[in-house]
Design a binder for this molecule. Structure first.
Ligand code: HEM
Length: 526
């Protein structure tokens, strides 16, 4: 509506001098706009090809319109070292924008040397410092307090973060590993992190905005790989790890299987954005297609996950698991850990865990499963896990959660039976992930230990079932609302299989958890 009123034509008397002034003014504006655009295009950042043009902080401070968008990269900007290493993109997905640095520069040679000699079994097959419990003494004797104040290159900062967190976890948990090998009990870890690790680690963490402790994406898994052939892709056979604790093939397989799964995540990002856009534009065809593509991508990821069984032996898991434990909710660190030279107040952090991966939380948020999780202490742990990840991943997940709720992805799906069946098929992929994952946990962990707490600090027999059980309940509920007669033949068959499986798995899960809770202590506490 015009500020001058409803449809009134305003008669304007035009003076020639004013007209010339206006012409000069507007021409200047146009020329300035063209010059500015040219400058932007020639700058390195313009290659960024951001699909989404709002800045994240702008999103925060503005009242968000329904169609507000998140700056997702369409080009990973590999040459740019000023931007954070982890930024969500349609190509790199949740992987770092650049391949991680696999070796530190010469000025950090003492740290590099310690890490190369650290694993229980070194690359050349010889026993390393952790084999006999010599890592802690070597750190004290050899490692200077490196100055990292002048470093702003994000690729180097990320490599330093990975390497200092490896050194920190090896240092703190070395005595637990030695004890576990003979007594199957972890005892106590070292309670003080020396200044030569603590001080630079905290400084680097502040620069990359993370917690100063080993983390799934920023250190152990997604920043711990290199290509064997630099020009080939991210297939399993073309990858190796950079750092390890055990130095075993099973440890490398465990780490790299995460990487090969996350290699598909660019497509997850793309299709998730398209799902939300299509709901916002009420475009049913685009919605159904995007849900189909999303489903296919989760299927690839789940198939890749299945490879874990052959890439990492269940019986080997306990040999490196000790080192990825945290200092929060773990009996090895009843009073947390003091970071010498930083503060006398002890610090507590969750350990490394796939729970910090962003692919399943993305599905949870997009399909609005997060808001259906029960309100209990176990779900609080899920929320706490979501704070342990690269800042940009966290902000993206929050954005998806809010936007999916705003546009109403689930309600939109349930308004049409075929869309509802596609929605259910995607929830089924989240189920498949969590169900396989629960099987991993039983075979790799519960079968081998009585330690009741997982690496991330969650109770081992109840936390994963809290989420798996919710997903199964949701599936049964949504399945009940779909009118089979309105479905295509393909969707009818899919629905029948999905629904029956969900009911059966829920019954089995409830029985399993009831039995396991008797064998492990404190499983309702977090
Ligand atoms: C041998 C293989 C694996 C084992 C034994 C295992 C074990 C666990 C455990 C015990 C937890 C509970 C959280 C905690 O650490 O306190 C967890 C959580 C999680 N892990 Fe894994 N994990 C494995 C492989 C993977 C892989 C390959 C991924 C892929 C990204 C993954 C992603 C997750 C996710 C997303 C969660 C949170 C689950 C949820 O929200 O319900 N894990 N894992």
């Amino acid at each position: 509506m015009s500020a001058y009123g409803h449809g009134k034509v305003l008669a304007i008397k035009v003076c020639p001098f004013q007209l010339i002034c206006h012409l000069v003014f507007f021409t200047t504006l146009i020329v300035m706009a063209i010059i500015t655009k040219a400058i932007i295009q020639s700058s390195a950042l313009s290659r960024s090809v951001f699909v989404r043009s709002f800045s994240v902080s702008a999103l925060r401070t503005q009242a968000r319109p329904l169609d507000s968008e998140f700056p997702v990269l369409t080009d990973p900007l590999m040459e740019n070292k000023q931007l954070p290493s982890f930024m969500v993109g349609t190509e790199n997905g949740f992987l770092p924008r650049q391949e991680p640095l696999s070796q530190l520069p010469e000025r950090f040679e003492k740290l590099e040397s310690l890490l190369q000699r650290m694993p229980i079994r070194c690359r050349d097959g010889s026993p390393g410092l952790l084999a006999q419990g010599q890592f802690g003494d070597a750190v004290v004797a050899e490692l200077p307090v490196y100055n990292v104040d002048d470093i702003h290159d994000n690729q180097l900062l990320s490599a330093l973060f990975r390497d200092y967190t490896f050194a920190a976890s090896a240092y703190l948990l070395e005595p637990c590993d030695i004890m576990y090998r003979s007594k199957e009990d972890y005892g106590l870890g070292r309670q003080i992190l020396p200044a030569n690790i603590a001080v630079p680690l905290v400084k680097v963490s502040e620069k990359i905005h993370s917690k100063p402790f080993m983390e799934y994406a920023l250190s152990y898994s997604l920043y711990n790989w290199k290509r064997l052939n630099p020009t080939a892709g991210l297939s399993y056979d073309n990858l190796d790890i950079v750092r390890g604790f055990a130095g075993s093939a099973s440890e490398a397989g465990f780490i790299l299987n995460h990487v090969t799964m996350v290699a598909y995540s660019g497509d997850l990002v793309k299709h998730s954005l398209s799902v939300m856009d299509s709901v916002s534009n009420s475009n049913r065809e685009q919605f159904n297609n995007s849900m189909r593509m999303l489903n296919r991508t989760y299927e690839f990821i789940n198939n890749e996950m299945e490879m874990m069984w052959s890439r990492s032996e269940p019986g080997d898991y306990m040999k490196f698991r000790t080192f990825i434990m945290g200092t929060k909710n773990q009996p090895m660190f009843p009073n947390g850990v003091v970071y010498e030279g930083v503060s006398d107040t002890p610090l507590f952090y969750r350990g490394e865990s796939g729970a910090n991966d962003s692919m399943v939380p993305l599905g949870d948020n997009l399909l609005q499963l997060t808001s259906h999780m029960p309100k209990n202490p176990l779900t609080e742990v899920l929320r706490d896990f979501r704070s342990y990840r690269p800042t940009n991943h966290k902000e993206f997940l929050e954005y998806v959660q809010e936007r999916a709720e705003q546009v109403g992805v689930r309600d939109y799906a349930l308004k049409d039976d075929n869309s509802a069946a596609l929605y259910l098929a995607n929830v089924d992929q989240i189920r498949a992930f969590r169900h396989r994952h629960w099987n991993f946990t039983k075979s790799y962990i519960i079968k081998h230990t009585q330690h009741a707490v997982a690496t991330g600090g969650s109770p081992i027999t109840t936390w994963l079932p809290n989420q798996l059980g919710t997903v199964l309940d949701q599936m049964i509920q949504v399945g009940n609302t779909i009118n089979r007669n309105n479905l295509t033949e393909e969707n009818q068959m899919a629905l029948d299989a999905i629904w029956k499986r969900a009911e059966a798995q829920k019954r089995v899960l409830d029985r399993e958890v009831a039995t396991l809770k008797q064998a492990f202590k404190d499983q309702d506490k977090v």
